[in-house]
Design a protein around this ligand. Structure first.
Ligand SMILES: Cc1cc2nc3c(=O)[nH]c(=O)nc-3n(C[C@H](O)[C@H](O)[C@H](O)COP(=O)(O)OP(=O)(O)OC[C@H]3O[C@@H](n4cnc5c(N)ncnc54)[C@H](O)[C@@H]3O)c2cc1C
Length: 377
């Protein structure tokens, strides 16, 4: 892709932001297990958490290419900050924007774009992961409230969220057509969070279960119509996949940058590692894979902007970017030798962060199912 001037300017600005505000504290934040409020506020202030939200709701009103640029540049320096950014930009903003009433947009979306509120998205359950249709969380209309009971698992931001968008069953026996989406304020009676998960990577993001016990959600907090829950979730993940693919691309590029730098510095057998052909070929393979991902991803962003269906393309982007992030991080760590295994070098964190890319927002196998389904219909 050849960027327009506005995209080049954005790239330069986010790159500077990531170098100054994200990279220097990435290791520290991972130890603390949290992203600072200060960083969250800055991400909102510069509209990095709301690139595709229209200006009337406080967003940047920019295009999908801008979203991908933001995600790539931030994740290059810290994948955890990337997860926080994409959760707000896609998982929470997109269902509110596409299915919310004007009142819901004013009450919830504008608080996400301004950084006043943090949101979460609850689809996964202990028994419903890849098969998200196996929902058991229940919502029953009693008077003016829906009463929600159930448990969501692995929910990004749940411990720090002000509200969550939750999928629940409103009509048993109708399968996915019996599910609905709700905006659940986290301070309602009966809402609690499980223990913070002690994760392998993206440790600066907070992940926990979200438990609902007889939670009375006002009936005006249904998002969309009854029966639209699964549709809303799938529509949200379609957009979300572009964000996670861009995050994975950034992680791969971050690993690549570390590998190039280290290979030039480290001397063995009287010359720098970068002088050995095996190392050069490894770098050439890594670079080629990253550039292929980048080309597919930016093309998909343009297709989305043009209003085309991108279900297959976004699945291909997520699948390929996630696998490439893992492969590149593996090779980059190998190039570091024993030093790559020590926490003093950033590649150790990048390697661990890369692992989640092929699991969340649909595993690589689920992406393959979507791609094949689209191909063979
Ligand atoms: C850090 C983190 C953050 C997350 N954030 C959120 C969030 O904010 N909101 C949310 O709702 N969820 C979130 N998730 C959940 C995530 O999306 C799920 O973990 C993921 O979709 C996989 O589900 P599962 O873990 O139950 O694995 P399973 O579905 O049990 O899959 C296990 C393995 O079996 C494979 N598999 C399953 N079915 C098939 C099949 N038919 N054919 C071939 N292979 C198959 C899978 O690909 C996988 O390799 C998060 C998870 C993590 C770890």
């Amino acid at each position: 892709m050849i960027f327009k001037k506005e995209h080049l300017l954005l790239q330069k600005a986010v790159r500077k932001f990531a170098e100054e505000e994200v990279q220097p504290y990435a290791a520290e934040r991972e130890k603390e297990g949290a992203i600072s409020r200060d960083l969250m506020e800055k991400l909102a202030k510069y509209k990095y958490t709301s690139p595709i939200v229209p200006k009337e709701y406080g967003g940047a009103g920019a295009d999908y290419t801008s979203y991908v640029i933001i995600m790539e540049e931030i994740s290059k320096k810290c994948a955890s900050t990337g997860t926080f950014t994409t959760a707000a930009a896609s998982l929470v903003s997109s269902p509110l924007l596409n299915f919310g009433t004007e009142e819901q947009k004013q009450k919830y979306l504008t608080r996400i774009t301004s950084g006043e509120a943090i949101g979460a998205f609850g689809l996964t359950e202990p028994g419903a992961g890849s098969d998200a249709s196996g929902q058991t969380t229940n919502a029953v209309l009693v008077g003016d409230n829906y009463v929600l009971n159930g448990r969501k698992t692995f929910i990004t931001n749940a411990p720090i969220a002000d509200f969550a968008i939750v999928i629940a069953v409103t009509e048993r026996g109708k399968g996915v057509k019996g599910t609905s989406a709700f905006i659940v304020d986290m301070n309602l009676e009966g809402v609690s969070c499980g223990a913070h998960e002690d994760k392998m990577g993206i440790r600066a993001t907070e992940t926990s279960d979200l438990i609902m016990e007889n939670v009375k959600v006002p009936k005006e907090n249904i998002l969309g119509k009854e029966g639209q829950g699964f549709k809303i979730a799938m529509h949200t993940l379609d957009t979300g996949r572009i964000g996670v693919a861009a995050q994975a691309l950034g992680v791969a590029q971050g690993a690549m940058d570390e590998a190039v730098k280290y290979s030039k510095e480290r001397v063995q057998f009287g010359k720098s590692l970068s002088k050995f052909q095996d190392i050069q070929f490894k770098l050439a393979n890594m670079e080629t894979k990253i550039c292929a991902v980048r080309a597919l991803l930016y093309k998909t962003a343009e297709m989305k902007e043009a209003g085309m269906s991108i279900t297959k393309e976004s699945a291909m982007c997520k699948y390929m970017a996630a696998e490439v992030a893992n492969e590149v991080a593996y090779d980059a760590l190998q190039i570091h030798g024993g030093y790559g295994f020590i926490k003093d070098y950033p590649i150790e964190r990048i390697y661990r962060d890369a692992r989640i890319m092929s699991i969340y927002e649909g595993t690589s196998q689920v992406q393959q199912m979507v791609i094949a389904g689209s191909l063979l219909k």
